[in-house]
Ligand binder design. Structure first.
Ligand code: PEP
Ligand code: MN
Length: 338
């Protein structure tokens, strides 16, 4: 249920609404806009429905969220959310670039890539230590050592790190190193994992499953928010279609659709979405034009030696050439590069 206050509602009236809601054993999520305050009421629906929420002084309207997703629905906050990853904020006017290798492979590899991308304009370092591979015989990631190497690269460059957690059993370990947890496409509907990351106080980037609808993605995000963690980013990373000329089909429709359906910031990953190096820069620009709040790009200093996704990784120089083009498109659509 959503309470919208009147423009002339006083701070005391707002506080009264919030404390009364809490005294009923419900939760209140307060979002402050320029004119109005939106208070999302969280708890069992039948319990909320029996409360006379419209009776509080200062209330303009009380509306139920009719969508199947409630906490992620745009109207629940009535304004876009911001997500803080270390010292970087995603969801503001500034577009944020996340970059790094698919997998962390060695100290030299991650340090050299991290330095190059940071200098070129990346603000968040990505790199997998636990890798979800299609084949059990492929490189599965360095695990804890990979996390330690990421932490060293963070120290070296000052960039916060995002890395995937694949299993609830690894969550404590990954959370001890990561500034943002990544839930991979293959785990988008691993509901026990979603609930567990929802109980942490770390930001979470949830990637869209390759066969998931936009609604499925939103319902999965709802699991995380329902545990109390509102620091969630949604990531479009391409879906499976009948097309075979690219690895996946980057569904840029998802960006404006998600922007109208949810308050959560949107990340686009053109690297996995396209999978063919040659076309990734163009789709990165298209993602910015479509309204993405952040883009994630895989970069490798020796792609021919990469243990995963070398064929879709940009060289640091190619990434460096792409950044000013991203800046130009960001400017054209009223954004700035962070
Ligand atoms: C990745 O980011 O390296 C990755 C494995 O992504 P996805 O889960 O989208 O396939
Ligand atoms: Mn990858």
């Amino acid at each position: 249920m959503i309470i919208v206050t009147r423009p002339d509602a006083t701070e005391a009236q707002i506080e009264r609404i919030v404390s009364r809601i809490q005294s009923w054993g419900l939760k209140a999520e307060v979002s402050r806009g320029a004119m109005r305050v939106v208070i999302g009421v969280i708890g069992p629906e039948d319990k909320i429905r029996e409360k006379p929420l419209g009776a509080f002084p200062g209330v303009e309207s009380v509306t139920p969220v009719l969508k199947p997703y409630k906490l992620v629905a745009y109207e629940f906050r009535g304004m876009p959310s911001k997500v803080n990853i270390g010292n970087v904020t995603v969801g503001e006017k500034e577009l944020v670039i996340m970059a790094g290798p698919c997998s962390v492979e060695s100290e030299d590899q991650i340090a050299s890539i991290a330095k190059a991308i940071s200098k070129a304009g990346a603000k968040i370092l990505r790199g997998g230590a636990f890798k979800p591979r299609t084949s059990p015989y492929s490189f599965q990631g360095l695990g804890k050592v990979g996390l330690q190497l990421l932490a060293e690269a963070r120290k070296l460059t000052g960039m916060p790190i995002i890395t995937e957690v694949m299993d609830t059993k690894d969550l404590e370990l990954v959370a001890a190193y990561a500034d943002c947890l990544q839930i991979g496409a293959r785990n988008m509907q691993n509901f026990s994992l979603l609930r567990e990351v929802g109980r942490t106080n770390l930001p979470v980037m949830l990637k869209r499953g390759m066969s998931a609808t936009i609604k499925d993605l939103l319902m999965s995000a709802e699991y995380i928010l329902s545990e109390g963690n509102f620091q969630v980013l949604l990531c479009e990373r391409g879906i499976r279609t009948f097309e075979t000329m690219t690895r996946n089909t980057l569904d840029l429709n998802a960006v404006p659709v998600l922007k109208s359906e949810t308050h959560l910031p949107i990340v686009v990953d053109p690297t996995h979405g396209v999978g063919v190096k040659q076309f990734i820069p163009t789709m990165a620009l298209a993602a910015v034009a479509a309204g993405a709040d952040s883009i994630m790009i895989e970069v490798h200093n020796a792609p021919e030696l990469a243990k995963s996704d070398g064929e879709q990784s940009l060289l640091p120089e190619e990434f460096k050439d792409l950044v000013p083009r991203i800046r130009a498109v960001a400017d054209a659509v009223g954004r700035e590069l962070c």
